[in-house]
Design a protein around this ligand. Structure first.
Ligand code: ATP
Ligand code: MG
Length: 356
């Protein structure tokens, strides 16, 4: 039974002997460090935490004094991919039958998801302040705009000179543009109820790609669709999800150069803490990926993507991403964006299959 508990834990366990070599590891640790069982046993602990000499000191202190350390934040190291990842360590002395300290037990918790969620809630805090400001401003701007448009129209009727009429056409069409922007902003701030039903995400994507067909053809973009046919339907508000994928695919098209490539991929998410099991998993989610090979996003812009009104486009309103985030978040999902400048951008939309 202890063996089973050891193997079933989603947190990693390492047993380290007095000479600081690893004696035992459980499958969670193997998964975290992307190494097979053989790798761990007999290797020195510093290979897993190469940039943290402090950990070694702490282990030695546990061996010497028998004290424990709880929740030490540090970085583990995936040797094969050479990537560090955040972990939290708890160190306890391992006592033998005779009560002597024979080694140290390390409890290793993977913190990647937690860190991401912290990051994520920071962007959310950003929203609420600006939301109330935006709603107030939207109302204030709307009224005088109505007056400007009506006057421009009247004046246009009075004028005979077609050149002068054209100036007023510009005024009217720009006023209309501001009006549309404000409408989107107000829609964004007003909380919308979810109208949930069984939704086939492939149908949503099909509708949007049809809508974008012309823009795609105009730029000679190669649109590849890699869909998992066994993808489950999800409980969602279809119209609102259409808005999300419209915004995201639009962004991908706008970022692409002529003859660029955009990939749409769907699959079931193998989430961080979801254990393989034969029963239906209530926490199951799907992922839709929109991968473009466009201009990419600079590191400094990366921080602002979800801030309302942030845009790098001359005609952009900077509302596509914040609106999309809000909708996905209302569904209990998240949006993750990774990008490499000059190479392209990957947007991942995680959506739960069931709403709780
Ligand atoms: N796929 C992408 N590739 C490169 N940059 C992107 C991509 N998606 C978003 N961005 C960047 O994020 C910014 C914000 O995007 P967002 O969709 O919120 O607003 P927008 O596209 O500028 O305007 P709109 O309100 O019309 O969508 C963009 O201006 C752009 O700089
Ligand atoms: Mg956009």
């Amino acid at each position: 039974m202890f063996q089973n508990i050891f193997s079933s834990l989603i947190d990693g366990i390492l047993l380290v002997s007095r000479d600081l070599t690893i004696q035992k590891s459980n499958p969670a640790v193997e998964e975290m460090f992307r190494r097979s069982k053989d790798f761990f046993e007999g290797h020195h602990i510093s290979e897993l935490f190469p940039v943290q000499p402090d950990i070694q000191n702490k282990i030695e202190r546990v061996l010497d004094t028998g004290i424990s350390y709880r929740d030490i934040e540090c970085e583990g190291f995936q040797i094969s991919t050479a990537t560090p990842f955040p972990v939290s360590l708890t160190l306890s002395p391992f006592l033998g039958q005779d009560g002597q300290i024979q080694g140290v037990v390390l409890l290793v918790k993977e913190m990647t998801l937690l860190k991401e969620l912290q990051e994520f809630s920071r962007t959310r805090d950003n929203l609420s302040n600006i939301e109330s400001l935006a709603l107030g401003m939207a109302h204030e701007i709307r009224n005088p705009l109505g007056g400007i448009r009506a006057s421009a129209q009247l004046l246009r009727q009075e004028l005979e000179n077609p050149e002068q009429q054209e100036y007023l056409d510009v005024v009217i069409s720009e006023v209309d543009r501001i009006n549309r922007l404000i409408e989107r902003m107000m829609n964004f701030t007003r909380p919308r109820e979810l109208n949930l039903k069984e939704t086939n995400i492939h149908k949503v994507l099909k509708d949007i790609t049809l809508l974008e067909q012309e823009a795609v053809a105009q730029k000679h973009i190669r649109l590849e669709q890699v869909y998992d046919p066994s993808l489950p339907h999800i409980q969602a508000d279809e119209d609102q999800l259409k808005q999300v994928f419209f915004n995201l695919i639009r962004n991908a098209i706008e970022a692409s150069s002529d003859k660029g490539k955009i990939q749409l991929v769907t699959r079931v998410s193998t989430g961080y803490s979801i254990k393989t099991s034969h029963t239906a998993n209530p926490g199951q989610s799907i992922v839709v990926e929109i991968i473009d090979s466009g201009m990419g996003i600079s590191e400094s812009d990366m921080k602002n993507l979800f801030t309302p009104l942030f845009t790098t486009k001359s005609k952009g309103s900077g509302l596509g991403l914040p609106i999309s985030l809000k909708i996905v978040e209302n569904h209990g999902g998240i949006i993750k964006i990774t990008s490499e400048e000059g190479l392209g951008t990957t947007v991942q939309v995680f959506l739960p299959v069931h709403q709780r």
